[in-house]
Design a protein around this ligand. Structure first.
Ligand code: LLP
Length: 415
């Protein structure tokens, strides 16, 4: 299924024209496709076939309750990195027994809550974290299920800000120290060793680094096994990339096949934590052109979405296709698409060939992942609305923020 497609020059999400959504809900507005999201999740799930597995959607990519609820209803697990994400999963009807908790800085209160609701596994990133978890579990007399996250020191060949698997990163435990940490974990009364985890980075477009990391993990699994430490699962992390411009990442099927082949006869179940590949291609950000402005040799289209709504271009120099929701014949010019925020880094795209007039609505493509979830309210800009399309139906799944929302938490001291 193509979630976004042109019909007679008008861009549709499923069965609804995006102009209709822009009129009804205003701009900036994120629009997601239910069919697209469900299809992408199912592609991962079916790719692992009959091999025991759990697809744990990475909540950080897009934590909207409606998105989480769709996935929960498909039977998805969830990869979380905070107590806040855990509450989102629970509110959306997710099964805590299918939650894995990643991240280098888990607080004591977050661990306690995760133990109380009975999550599937903690992915442990340091020895002090393991010891803290043991203490908290002992307080409430449970055993905490853990996997140790290994840092395999492989170059994921992605943007440096989103590569996590080299020894210069803060993530995981170096493979050479892992055996000692497992030995310690086996000795802790309130820790139950379940598995092993690895995640080397995001927007991965090649399989080789993933397989290189996996080989290291499998080597470790064999060594641990020889010491009598039998693991039940291997968590291969997330990271499968999507096409933003010219990338051609492997499909979930090719990715899963390569992993299962490498696993050979290992009886380990597989956990995978995709985020971007589930939601990224299945969302756009709608924005309206406010002004056209020529400066020296450049043409600017000043739009009503900004870096606070979608920070990826400013932060990673990321490319998102930007297309008109109504195609109109006529000459194109190369526009820099910039928002109203007072920073020169506030751009959504540069040098884009478009035929524009003030008032036109544009769709910033592949914005379903790390768009709304990374948005801020910088410049006191309320958060964008979010809409979920389902066939001919559209649901507002986050109302547009208000300035009152932004000021509500603030207090002027007396005197
Ligand atoms: N598992 C762990 C432990 C992670 O750290 C991440 C992402 C994922 C899974 C999901 O990765 P995905 O399948 O979405 O690539 N804000 C950046 C991406 C940061 C990714 C952080 N970790 C961006 O907009 O490109």
């Amino acid at each position: 299924m193509q979630p976004f497609s042109y019909r007679n020059g008008a861009l549709y999400v499923e069965g609804v024209a995006l102009t209709v959504i822009a009129e009804e809900f205003g701009t900036p507005c994120y629009v997601y496709s239910r069919g697209g999201i469900e299809g992408a999740w199912r592609a991962f799930d079916s790719a692992f076939g009959s091999h025991p597995h759990l697809v744990c959607y990475a909540v950080k990519a897009n934590g909207n309750l409606a998105v989480l609820n769709l996935l929960a209803r498909l039977g998805s697990g969830f990869d979380i990195v905070s107590g806040g994400e855990l509450e989102r999963v629970l509110s959306a009807g997710g099964d805590p027994g299918k939650v894995v908790f990643s991240g280098v800085g888990k607080r004591a209160d977050e661990m306690l809550r995760a133990l109380e609701v009975g999550i599937h596994c903690f992915n442990i990133e340091s020895l002090p974290e393991l010891q803290r978890l043991d203490q908290i579990a002992s307080r409430i007399k449970v055993r905490a299920p853990v996997a140790i996250r290994i840092n395999p020191d492989v170059d994921a060949k992605t943007h440096p800000y989103i590569a996590t698997g080299t020894n210069a990163n803060k993530f995981g435990i170096p493979a050479r120290e892992a055996e000692a940490v497992y030995a310690e974990a086996m000795d802790l009364a309130h820790i139950e060793v379940r598995g092993i985890a690895v995640h080397i980075g995001s927007q991965l477009t090649r399989l080789e680094p993933v397989l290189e990391a996996l080989d290291q993990v499998l080597g470790l699994v064999a060594r641990l096994d020889a010491q009598g430490i039998a693991l039940r699962h291997i968590d291969i992390g997330g990271g499968l990339g999507i096409r933003y411009r010219e990338e051609s990442p492997p499909t979930p099927a090719a990715y899963a096949q390569a992993i299962l082949t490498r696993l050979g006869g290992e009886p380990l179940s597989v956990i995978t934590e995709p985020g971007r590949a589930v939601v990224g291609p299945n969302g756009v950000l709608l924005t309206r052109v406010e002004y056209l402005k020529d400066v020296e040799q450049r043409h600017f289209a000043i739009v009503d979405a900004a870096m606070n709504d979608l920070v990826r271009p400013a932060l990673y120099d990321a490319w998102h296709d930007i297309v008109p929701v109504e195609r109109r014949p006529g000459p194109e010019r190369r526009y820099d698409i910039a928002g109203p925020v007072c920073e020169s880094g506030d751009f959504l795209g540069s040098g884009r060939a478009l035929n524009l007039s003030s008032g036109d609505v544009l769709a910033v493509c592949a914005a379903g992942a790390y768009g709304a979830s990374m948005s801020s309210t910088y410049n006191t800009r309320p958060r964008a609305a979010e809409v979920l399309a389902d066939g001919e139906r559209i649901h507002l799944v986050r109302r547009r923020g208000t300035v009152q929302d932004l000021m509500r938490e603030e207090v002027i001291p007396p005197g």
